[in-house]
Design a protein around this ligand. Structure first.
Ligand SMILES: [Zn+2]
Length: 262
């Protein structure tokens, strides 16, 4: 993935699976997001298969500057250990940072303790804080409503801004915390009024309408969303909201320069 200029922003979807069955059966892949932002490469939420999906797509873990976990659930963190090892060339090159909520690191850590010494450092994500990595910065504006400590992120690159709304139950403060030209949103369920702490399609519609980004990308699909054909769902949402809504596909690479035309 040679990028001639240090500028430019791309996001590669190493997976789009959301709920347990989708992940366990690998109906869709679950490797997380690979960000290449202003020349800084960051891995976000390395779920099961991240090492396979990333190497298959010729993405080099040793080029990563950081790995970020939105929360400790398996579909977001299962490959964190192997990706730390890959980022640090098997531990031979002390390199890179890990960002994660405190409960990823405490009583039952998702990262083996011996791997921590391979890293340049570990930073604990907290509500309302900002962080910088290489040429970019990001913030974790609000704690989500989810069974474990969870944060979404607002990223600022040299040229663009975008939000990643990770797993959460809908709540009124959610919209106000995010913004930017691009919105990536984890939409697990098709129907509203369910007992799970996950966003549904009606929630996504509300958030997209409120935030009015240039482009919104739906991902992290559960079975009900998958059966409804996410690309058709996205098309419907585009018509209803007037925002260009896309459904992520496994392996899709989104170039943020698409946001620049008009
Ligand atoms: Zn979760």
């Amino acid at each position: 993935m040679k990028d001639k200029s240090p500028s430019g922003d791309t996001i590669t979807f190493l997976g789009t699976a959301g709920a347990r069955v989708m992940v366990a059966k690998q109906i869709l892949a679950s490797g997380g997001l690979w960000l290449n932002l202003s020349g800084t490469e960051i891995l976000l939420d390395p779920g099961p298969g991240c090492i396979v999906q990333s190497t298959k797509r010729k993405l080099s873990a040793d080029k990563l500057s950081a790995i970020i976990l939105s929360h400790r659930h398996l579909d977001h963190s299962a490959d964190a250990n192997i990706m730390v090892e890959a980022m640090t060339q098997g531990g031979f090159k002390r390199h890179g940072w890990l960002f994660a909520p405190a409960d990823c690191l405490e009583t039952e850590p998702v990262i083996f303790s011996y791997l921590k010494s391979y890293l340049e450092g570990v930073e604990v994500l907290q509500e309302g804080k900002s962080y910088s990595v290489g040429n970019i910065s990001f913030s974790t504006p609000v704690r989500h409503i989810h069974p474990v400590e969870t944060y979404g992120m607002f990223f600022t690159t040299a040229e663009h801004t975008f939000s990643y709304i990770a797993d959460s139950r809908y709540f009124d403060g959610l919209c106000h915390s995010y913004g930017g030209e691009l919105l990536i949103i984890n939409v697990v369920r098709l129907e509203a009024n369910h007992p799970y702490d996950h966003l549904s399609l009606p929630d996504a519609k509300r958030i997209i309408t409120e935030l009015n980004p240039k482009v919104a990308i739906l991902t992290h699909f559960g079975m009900t969303m998958w059966r409804a054909k996410p690309w058709e769902v996205a098309q419907g949402l585009s018509q209803e909201t007037g925002v260009r809504v896309l459904a992520a596909r496994d392996g899709m690479r989104f170039d943020l320069s698409q946001l620049d035309s008009n």
